[in-house]
Design a protein around this ligand. Structure first.
Ligand SMILES: O=C(C[C@H]1NCCC[C@H]1O)Cn1cnc2c(c1=O)CCCC2
Ligand SMILES: [Mg+2]
Length: 511
């Protein structure tokens, strides 16, 4: 095999593309650009996430639904206030066979407009509330920007939850319950730390009331990345789509319901790859790895008698079944004609968290040798202790991977109170938390002020001159607010703003 040909630090974007390809997670769909094939290694991760999330939303009372993937011009009109925002990303079907469709239909980029005319029909009385439906599907957004596997694709898998409640308070409770589940997917399954917070007015879902979000951090380029969002839509959509109930306290009076919508997509897999991967390839957190440990025979040389070899492989089988019985997702690599070293590289490339080697020397000492994929640490485990030690070691790997990523995020999340420290912090691959007025126009200004200057000489520099670095965007208003912001006294940090600061706001260059 040829492994990864570039180092993660030298060429992060090429490193990423090679890892997802060579770890057999993705295949480029070369027929049409912007689409990717997701292979078994990816689907195992997605299905593990789906099982974990599905079980928990069912416990909350959310039911499953499946709506058509097409939406009509008419229902799109209802959302006209922000349709123009995303019209360029809509894919349209205009023909069936050789016949033009009377009315073209759009492929869903999200399903509010598909679902809410039926919410209006189904929700009559407050006894119909809360209505809570979720669907697992794919959506299409014809991105104009450069696409990349998992992070930005023209079609992606996600779940979209759409709920309706009697009051703002009931809706608000659910928004946070779901956000906490999103944080759980990142932190407990993917070993990825996230900051929980609220999007600013400028960055929230335009059609909504407020957006809560989990924000990730990519150490390799110091960028923030939106992990998943849980929106309170307020009564905006129930007014657009006439979703009302009779006021239980006042006959004849009608109330527009309070709605939420929440989504998490296969983007989460890309975040996990970027954070944990290394120059040997993918590094998988054990809880989501299809193969948690790979058992490889070593030291089977030609000078071994057939009988001894037979005996050794039988012993290997016993180890394999011991691990299976202990619930470990284990495979044995008995491929003929490949050296142990070749096999080691292959499984490291695929991110298997734990390698187990078993040779005559190990057999003589009644041990199995191991090598951790995350730290490379090697050691031995007595055969008699496999059932206890291997699950323990896998849990240690999971926790260590999380702790390492959490420390990196914490070290690169800088609280800044002097404007001149901001750009140097961004250039040193940090995200920043600053006192901010939260006014959209001020945010735009901050983005401009922090965009790296393409120095004048660069304007007509020969091709390939480093492009100006992007300005920083607001990522979220962290729920956990640092100390030190005195309301009515602390000023917004932007040098071009004279307003008072409202809250600490996390900013960063971002995806
Ligand atoms: O999709 C949402 C809101 C909501 N949709 C349901 C899942 C949760 C949440 O993402 C916001 N949004 C983002 N991006 C786009 C659209 C859009 O509505 C519609 C057109 C294409 C681009
Ligand atoms: Mg988009």
């Amino acid at each position: 095999i040829i492994g990864i040909t570039v180092s993660k630090t030298d060429n992060f974007s090429q490193w990423y593309q090679e890892v997802v390809l060579k770890a057999e997670m993705i295949e480029y769909y070369t027929e049409i650009s912007g689409f990717f094939i997701m292979r078994p290694a990816t689907m195992h991760i997605w299905n593990t996430i789906r099982k974990w999330f599905q079980e928990r939303i069912e416990a909350l009372g959310v039911e499953e639904t499946s709506f058509p993937m097409f939406l009509s011009q008419k229902s799109l009109e209802k959302e006209k206030d922000h349709v123009e925002g995303f019209a360029p990303e809509l894919a349209w079907v205009t023909k069936a066979g050789d016949k033009d469709l009377e009315v073209p239909v759009a492929v869903r980029p999200t399903s509010e407009a598909v679902m809410y005319p039926y919410y209006s029909k189904w929700i009559r009385s407050h006894r119909d509330l809360p209505l809570r439906l979720n669907q697992w599907n794919s959506v299409v957004r014809w991105e104009a920007k450069q696409t990349t596997p998992f992070l930005r694709a023209r079609e992606f898998l996600w779940q979209e939850g759409h709920t309706a409640h009697l009051t703002e308070q009931l809706a608000g409770e659910e928004v946070l319950q779901i956000l906490e589940l999103y944080a759980g997917i990142y932190e407990q399954l993917l070993a990825v730390p996230v900051v929980r917070g609220r999007k600013t007015e400028a960055e929230k879902f335009a059609g909504g009331y407020y957006t809560t979000t989990v924000e990730g951090y990519i150490p390799s380029n110091g960028r923030g990345i939106q992990g998943a969002t849980s929106h309170c839509l307020g009564q905006n959509f129930s007014k657009m789509f006439d979703i009302t109930v009779e006021d239980p306290n006042e006959k004849g009076k009608h109330i527009n319901v309070w709605q939420n919508s929440w989504g998490l997509s296969t983007r989460v897999i890309g975040v996990m790859v970027m954070i944990h991967g290394d120059d040997k390839g993918l590094v998988l957190p054990p809880r989501i790895a299809k193969i948690q440990s790979i058992l490889i025979p070593v030291g089977l040389t030609a000078k071994m008698t057939a009988e001894d070899k037979e005996k050794h492989l039988k012993h290997l089988d016993e180890i394999f079944f011991t691990l299976k019985k202990a619930g470990i997702r284990t495979e044995v690599d008995l491929r003929e004609g490949y050296t142990p070293a070749w096999k080691f590289n292959d499984w490291e490339l695929k991110g298997v968290p734990l390698r187990l080697e078993f040779g005559p020397k190990d057999a003589a000492k009644d041990v199995v040798s191991y090598a951790r994929r995350d730290t490379g640490e090697k050691g031995t485990i007595p055969l008699a202790e496999l059932t206890a030690k291997v699950p323990e070691l896998l849990e240690t790997i999971q926790q260590d991977m999380y702790n390492k990523a959490e420390a990196a995020y914490r070290a690169h999340r800088l609280q800044i109170t002097k404007w001149d420290d901001v750009v140097p912090a961004l250039d040193a691959k940090n995200v920043v938390i600053i006192p901010h007025c939260l006014v959209p126009a001020c945010e735009d200004k901050v983005k401009e002020l922090t965009a790296g200057r393409a120095d004048d000489a660069a304007e007509n520099a020969p091709e390939g001159h480093k492009a100006p670095s992007m300005g920083m965007k607001s990522l979220c208003i962290p729920f956990e607010q640092p100390e030190g912001l005195v309301k009515g006294e602390t000023k917004c940090l932007s040098p071009e703003c004279t307003r008072l600061a409202e809250q600490w706001c996390m900013f960063g260059r971002s995806y």
